[in-house]
Design a protein around this ligand. Sequence first.
Ligand code: ADP
Ligand code: ADP
Length: 226
Amino acid sequence: MSIALRDVRKSYGRTTALDGLDLDVREGEFFCLLGPSGAGKTTTLKTVAGLERPDAGTVEIDGRDMRDVEPYDRGVAMCFESYALYPHRSVYDNLVSPLRSPRHRLPAAEARDRVGAVAELLGIGGLLDRMPGQLSNGQRQRVALGRVLVRPARAFLLDEPLSHLDAKLRQQMRAELKAIGAVRRTTTLYVTHDSVEALALGDRIGVIRAGRIVQTGTREDIWYRP
Ligand code: ADP
Ligand code: ADP
């Protein structure tokens, strides 16, 4: 899936979150949006997911204008930094529910297999019977990421998905995320304020400041810039 934003503007009251943002994410690439807190990263993702409506400008997915397309018809799956899990459902039920919703009902056996595979990949296979309240922050964050990765989406929108993990786990998960992207060739738009993370993960990186993209390039372009 390709994603294109053209001159997108979005304000909250007197705060300008997006100030003429232009962004191109190509089919199958792992694109990192890098910038400081408040730069407009989350607003950008929400605009792509259809959870926020631009005041001006256009969002296109595969060349199609998304203006009148509902969030669940956009083919994207988004992971929020403030991960919301169902507190009264087990980890397994949290992971399987996106696959059993009325709009995307997968056969039970297929749903179970997908959940098992993603849980193994994220190292939470042993936690499936627990309740969210019995997990550490890092484990909860991996479950939230799992809820996104199980979806048969054509693009993943990930908002600081590793921010609550310790350094070792974060490094391990980076490698796994990169591998998932490479195997599935799912377009990934990944938000972070951490330049090490962006350089490690991104096929390309877009630097965002004050609601605009100020630089886009490969890691070499960004890294070696004087
Ligand atoms: P980032 O993800 O880069 O930290 P955000 O997209 O969350 O940035 O926010 C961009 C700007 O918009 C910030 O100044 C933020 O305070 C403001 N903002 C974001 N969401 C809201 C909201 N719902 N109401 C008011 N201001 C908001
Ligand atoms: P249920 O309530 O049936 O368990 P969800 O609340 O997980 O289902 O999701 C309801 C619908 O909203 C889903 O069919 C899905 O298309 C959409 N949706 C939910 N979460 C996300 C997400 N993180 N990214 C994209 N779409 C989502």
